[in-house]
Design a protein around this ligand. Structure first.
Ligand SMILES: NC(=O)c1ccc[n+]([C@@H]2O[C@H](COP(=O)([O-])OP(=O)(O)OC[C@H]3O[C@@H](n4cnc5c(N)ncnc54)[C@H](OP(=O)(O)O)[C@@H]3O)[C@@H](O)[C@H]2O)c1
Length: 205
């Protein structure tokens, strides 16, 4: 797959690392190709960097992992997203970004041409995106959105990182719930002081 990653920090960097190893072609969409967080990713195979609009043009899938307060600016910088699948990994932290909707994904949906928008990869720490393996058990991932095609692709991309399964939480009306679920992880990891080496697994019988 050809994947543009906008936001090349903790999350974007972990995703680029995992997917490039699986042979995906990664285009880091950056504001300044000479100086950006994660510039060391360029030493890995299958990863290159270019201006944001160019990265989007070159790709089938666009992943956004910038700070939530930048959502509008980032969406405006994407250019034409017709026919692209957009995956939103962001969370509105802290919850005081008054220019946003109930979730960053709602804001993206309202301000771009693509209707194939999925929220995924936001409910766990970047450390788990880099390595979802806990002993013999691999963590699960979760996703939401109306786009069937978008969710099929997001699910495949979670498997490519090593997640055991990716559960479908529902449609676009579940974007905000996905952010709440992320806060559940953040609360346990940070405020309840369990640390970042924790993750979610769904049990069934
Ligand atoms: N950290 C986690 O464990 C985690 C887990 C799940 C979800 N999230 C969510 O994922 C998102 C990213 O978190 P992070 O920890 O990866 O952030 P981060 O390490 O601070 O990286 C932010 C990235 O966004 C880029 N950026 C900022 N403003 C931009 C703009 N206007 N246009 C284009 N790029 C811009 C920065 O580019 P420069 O290099 O040019 O500064 C940087 O590459 C956040 O919404 C966060 O809530 C984080």
């Amino acid at each position: 797959m050809k994947i543009a990653i906008i936001g090349t920090g903790n999350v974007g960097g972990a995703l680029a690392t995992g997917w490039s190893k699986k042979g995906h072609k990664i285009f880091l969409g950056v504001r300044n190709p000479e100086n950006f967080k994660g510039i060391e990713l360029l030493s890995l195979s299958n990863i290159s960097a270019c201006p944001i609009e160019e990265a989007v043009k070159l790709s089938d899938v666009v992943v956004i992992s910038t700070p939530a307060k930048e959502t509008i600016n980032v969406v405006k910088s994407l250019g034409d997203t017709t026919g692209k699948i957009i995956i939103d990994t962001m969370n509105t932290v802290p919850k005081d970004t008054s220019n946003l909707d109930s979730s960053t994904t709602e804001t993206i949906l309202k301000n771009t041409q693509s209707k194939d928008i999925v929220k995924c990869f936001n409910t766990t720490g970047a450390n788990n995106l880099l390595d979802p393996k806990y002993g013999d058990t691999n963590l699960d991932m979760f996703m939401a959105g109306d786009s069937k095609t978008g969710k099929e692709i997001a699910k495949q991309l979670t498997f490519d990182l090593g997640f055991a399964n990716c559960y479908d939480v529902g449609g676009n009306d579940k974007f905000a719930l996905m952010e709440e679920f992320a806060f559940f992880w953040i609360n346990l990891a940070m405020f309840q002081k369990l640390g970042r080496e924790i993750g979610f697994k769904l049990l069934k019988r």
